[in-house]
Design a protein around this ligand. Structure first.
Ligand code: GDP
Length: 326
């Protein structure tokens, strides 16, 4: 039975990945922070077979202990402070967790597997936010990185550290440059879920409007369930490498709004949307669109959920959640 350790197991991707690995017969260990973490209940309800190990990306000795307990064949490092807007107000903490946390885990694996650094395969959750002020359209593995937020800068650090451990110690360390990926499990602070939840509530008469920032930002949005499959595929390759994972389509926030509101029968949605400068960012990533040809060719990966289907799936899930129980 293969064994996997997932950091960030209580987040959107951790939850989808844990179910995927369990379905493939893995024994899955999830690193969870702190005592009485309320997210523990979430993962227990979602995938009771996941074995919880306590630890923190900021505490390398706890990572070594977690490796000793889990004895993993594969480590998926999904744990991070992942909300770009928050990273401006908490830049040092974001750098420590999202950036240095990667080094802590890589070094823990190197110490744990001292005789053979390649015996534990490692996945690093890199991000399209690393492209920031994009230097090429579409963005691919070789595109120059130009991050535009403390979060993006921290992810660049983790990305290059992963490549360095691969090149320096022969570790099987891969980095997935994942473009935005969403689902009904997405945190409500991200724009897709913020909109799907508001649209559900507006259509049920529970609220009247939603306050948003830049509606012209464009993202390459895919379905998280598809993207965790790409992570797993990366670690099954003979050679570790870096892969862009994206749909290859880009859509403005405005179009997400249009599909979401139309799905609940509201076409004149502008009157429900208030633009509030508090949701604008000090620097914006205007356009992201990924070229995932390498992942498609080498990993045999393809996304299965269209943009329209994704939006409607998220609105339907929020309608279910928000409907009063009768
Ligand atoms: P990100 O790409 O990781 O930053 O994902 P987000 O979902 O947080 O943001 C995607 C885009 O939506 C960014 O360009 C934001 O500026 C834009 N956006 C517009 N209004 C909002 C809002 O109210 N909340 C968030 N989170 N993003 C917004």
């Amino acid at each position: 039975m293969p064994r996997a350790l997932i950091t960030g197991v209580t987040g959107q991707d951790g939850m989808y990945l844990s179910r995927l690995l369990l379905s493939k017969g893995y024994e899955v260990f999830g690193l969870v922070r702190g005592q009485n973490n309320p997210k523990l209940d979430v993962i227990r309800a979602w995938a009771p077979e996941v074995r919880v190990v306590t630890g923190d990306l900021l505490d390398q000795s706890s990572l070594l202990r977690a490796l000793d307990v889990a004895r993993p064949d594969e480590v998926y490092n999904l744990g991070a402070i992942s909300f770009v807007a928050y990273s401006w107000d908490n830049a040092q903490l974001t750098s420590q967790v999202t950036g240095l946390g990667v080094l802590n885990m890589l070094e823990a694996i190197r110490l744990y597997a001292h005789d053979d650094a390649s015996k534990v395969r490692f996945y690093q959750a890199s991000s399209s936010e690393m492209f920031g002020r994009v230097q090429e359209v579409p963005q691919r593995e070789t595109t120059l990185l130009w991050p535009r937020s403390p979060y993006g800068v921290a992810k660049v650090y983790g990305h290059y550290m992963t490549i360095n451990y691969r090149e320096s110690y022969g570790m099987h360390a891969s980095s997935g440059i994942l473009f935005n990926h969403e689902s009904p499990l997405r945190g409500p602070e991200f724009v897709t879920r913020k909109i799907s939840r508001a649209v559900a509530r507006i259509s049920l008469g529970l609220q009247d409007r939603v306050s948003l920032g830049n509606l012209d930002a464009k993202r390459d949005w895919g379905f998280a369930g598809d993207y965790v499959d790409a992570m797993w595929r990366m670690l099954q390759q003979d050679e570790a490498s870096d892969y862009v994972v994206s749909t290859g389509e880009t859509h403005p926030v405005r179009e997400y709004l249009d599909i979401a509101f139309n799905h609940v029968g509201i076409s004149d949605w502008e009157k429900h949307v208030h633009q509030d400068p508090q949701f604008l960012r000090p620097a914006e990533v205007d356009l992201l669109i990924g070229d995932s040809a390498k992942a498609r060719e080498q990993l045999g990966w393809t996304p299965s959920v269209s943009f329209k289907h994704l939006v409607e799936m998220m609105v339907d899930a929020d309608l279910d959640r928000e409907k009063p129980n009768v």
